[in-house]
Design a protein around this ligand. Structure first.
Ligand code: ATP
Ligand code: SF4
Ligand code: MG
Length: 341
């Protein structure tokens, strides 16, 4: 019988990450801070695709931007390949930018309209790969455009001449031309029509395989996350609510927020097995709005919307507890089987 393959090594490890912002506006002067990310832990394994889901404003983009050095953390640790990134001076980020690339949500808005497509795709080569002579760039740009399904003849055209799907292919080419190890896709397909969305998701799945990429895939669409991701992290108000292998999360969601998110999703993404937590009280779909990150609720931040809320939930913050192999949930009432306590 073949032995089970060992889990791949952790290449990115985040501990106790906090990212706070000053409230916007200078008058009247506001005190306090916006807690975009709060005490977040995350491990990313080489070659895996980690999905990050959660409602708008839960901190997904802030997390992505912090991981690639576009946003400084308030505190906490981000270790990548043995290096601490949280305190890394700006100028020392350059070699890492080559390894950690990002594809953005707004395909057209993320491409400079004054630059030609050739210049846009070659820009990371110019900035991050000094050892590659400029004479090589056109050849590499043409090959990368072809690989993402575009004609190399478009190099002299400008972003405004392209559809959202084509622009996102250009964004992917720009990110991959420096052969990154980790690609973060922040809602990279959310703005696209459904049919184009499927094409881009399939392209990402092919490229992941071909380039041996480790992928962080941020999305609202749970059906796509279920299709593409190995593991999923569910965020709410900057905190991790649940984290598990995609298969486990979608078949046995343990956290009341995950359940509500799935119940609120269109058919195809939801999973509603009868669990002990369900029998306790009737499960409800996600109601109301997420509270402000400037004034998060005491105790469990989900308590203002949770159908299972009890006084303990207001009094104390539930820690992430292990509820199965590689399955974690932050809820006082999610039962952890004996062997995982
Ligand atoms: N530069 C900033 N200054 C102040 N507050 C910010 C800033 N960037 C983000 N925030 C706040 O931080 C919180 C998290 O925002 P973020 O954009 O990371 O959420 P998100 O999960 O990516 O949302 P969406 O799904 O809408 O993209 C929100 O409350 C947002 O208003
Ligand atoms: S700790 Fe309480 S409020 Fe929070 S998710 Fe669990 S039951 Fe709901
Ligand atoms: Mg976002």
């Amino acid at each position: 019988m073949p032995l089970p393959s060992p889990p791949s090594p952790i290449i990115l490890s985040v501990r106790h990450l906090k990212v706070h912002f000053r409230p916007r506006g200078i008058w009247p002067r506001r005190r306090g801070s916006i807690q975009a990310i709060e005490d977040l832990h995350l491990d990313l394994r080489a070659g895996e695709t980690l999905g990050i889901v959660g409602e708008s404003g839960c901190g997904k983009s802030t997390l992505a931007r912090t991981l690639i050095g576009l946003q400084a953390p308030t505190s906490g640790s981000i270790r990548y390949g043995g290096q601490e990134l949280a305190t890394l001076p700006r100028k020392e980020w350059r070699p890492l930018r080559r390894e950690l690339q990002m594809v953005f949500q707004d395909p057209l808005g993320s491409l400079d309209p004054r630059m030609s497509i050739g210049q846009i795709v070659a820009e990371p080569l110019r900035e991050l790969c000094p050892e590659i002579p400029a004479s090589e760039h056109p050849k590499q740009v043409a090959a990368m455009l072809r690989r993402v399904g575009l004609s190399p003849d478009i190099v002299d055209r400008h972003p405004g001449e392209f559809s959202g799907g084509q622009a996102q292919r250009i964004g992917i080419a720009r990110a991959l031309i420096v052969r990154p190890k980790v690609l973060i896709c922040d809602e990279a397909v959310s703005a696209l029509d459904v049919s184009v969305r499927a094409q881009i998701v399939n392209l990402l799945a092919e490229l992941r395989q071909e380039y041996g990429l480790t992928l962080i895939f941020i999305a609202h669409d749970l059906a796509i996350v279920r299709y593409l991701c190995d593991r999923v992290l569910v965020m709410y108000l900057g905190r991790v609510m649940e984290q598990a292998a995609a298969e486990d999360l979608f078949s046995i969601p343990r956290h009341p927020y995950t359940r509500a998110l799935m119940a609120a999703a269109p058919a195809g993404a939801e999973a509603q097995p009868p669990g002990p937590e369900n029998s306790k009280k009737k499960r409800k779909a996600l109601a109301g709005d997420m509270p402000s990150a400037e004034h998060p609720p005491m105790g469990c931040v989900f308590h203002t919307r949770c159908p299972l809320m009890e006084s303990t939930c207001v009094a104390s913050v539930p820690g992430l507890r292990r509820v199965g192999p590689e399955h974690y949930a932050a809820c006082h009432f999610v039962a952890a089987p004996e062997q995982f306590r």
